[in-house]
Design a protein around this ligand. Structure first.
Ligand code: C5P
Length: 287
């Protein structure tokens, strides 16, 4: 079995439509994959069970890790017991950062196992298996630019971004996704993203129109102590970004750049204060 790349995702927009009876929220999000990635590999071994080794010593290596959970769910969906599997995970995407790193690792495991054990399994079936692992996993199965609705499992493929670059910067603290969702009062959100507008801008390949519509309702919900988020946004704009927003439930912030050199230079400046700073470009969906 070869390896798979697990790309990070950014939320170009994130809107919350309402709370659902099952405790989750109905969302509307435009997502894009970027070139910051983890590497996932798997090897069949004689020892039964699914094991994981990773360079990120603080991560769980049992079923608490979404990569292991993905392998178990994959064989459940296939209706066969898993063979002995040794997974390896080279982690680069910061965790608890709003970039879907764990979900992307799980999706990469699903693609890897499909290639080896069920090549005729459809993307839709793989996404459905992903939905049982986490809300962002169905999107991460194929990645690229997509609209995700419902819990995150209703996907519409969108045109690729026009040529552009991103600077991605994670402040030194982390935020808990369930805690942030618990704080949202949907009726009290002051601003909402113009999702229809960004979809039209994507259709038209209008980078300016896309940039003007980057927005994440969680920026209105993050605790006061999270001022770094807004400092980084401001710095990105000073350093030439067309626009800047927080991704997912944060705290990572990204800036969208038309100019490659300006993005590189901005990343260098921000990296001096925030070590988890990355220069990225958009990545197309998996084919
Ligand atoms: O599905 P996942 O385990 O990634 O979700 C983590 C948490 O985020 C959930 O427990 C829930 O609190 C929140 N969530 C939500 N609505 C969604 C996705 C996630 O409320 N659509």
């Amino acid at each position: 079995m070869n390896g798979e790349y697990a790309w990070a995702k950014l939320n170009l927009t994130l809107d919350i439509l309402g709370k659902r009876p099952d405790g989750y929220h109905d969302l509307k999000m435009v997502m894009a994959s970027v070139s910051l990635r983890d590497d996932v590999a798997a090897e069949e071994v004689s020892q039964p069970g699914v094991s994981l080794r990773t360079n990120a010593a603080f991560l769980p290596t049992d079923g608490g890790n979404l990569a292991v959970k993905a392998a178990l769910r994959f064989f459940e969906a296939l209706g066969t017991p898993p063979p002995g599997l040794a997974l390896s995970l080279e982690k680069r995407i910061p965790v608890c950062a709003g970039m879907g790193g764990g979900s992307s690792d799980a999706a990469a495991v699903l693609r890897l196992l499909r290639r080896r054990y069920a090549p005729s399994m459809t993307w839709e079936a793989l996404e459905e298996t992903g939905a049982g692992i986490g809300s962002d996993v169905p999107y991460c199965v194929r990645g690229g630019v997509a609209l995700a609705e419902g819990r995150g499992e209703r996907l519409t493929r969108l045109p690729s971004l026009p040529p552009c670059w991103f600077v991605v910067c994670k402040p030194s603290f982390s935020l808990s996704t369930p805690a942030l969702f618990a704080q949202v009062q949907v009726g009290r959100l002051k601003c909402r993203p113009d999702t229809a507008g960004i979809l039209s801008a994507l259709e038209a390949g209008d980078l300016e129109g896309i940039a003007h519509r980057l927005y994440n309702v969680f920026e209105d919900v993050v605790p006061r102590r999270c001022g770094q988020i807004f400092e980084i946004k401001g710095q990105m704009l000073e350093l030439g970004a067309m626009a800047s927003a927080m991704t997912g439930t944060g705290p990572t912030v990204f800036g969208l750049y038309r100019d490659r050199d300006a993005a590189r230079a901005a990343a260098e400046v921000l990296a001096k204060r925030y070590p988890a700073t990355f220069f990225c470009e958009p990545v197309p969906e998996c084919k």
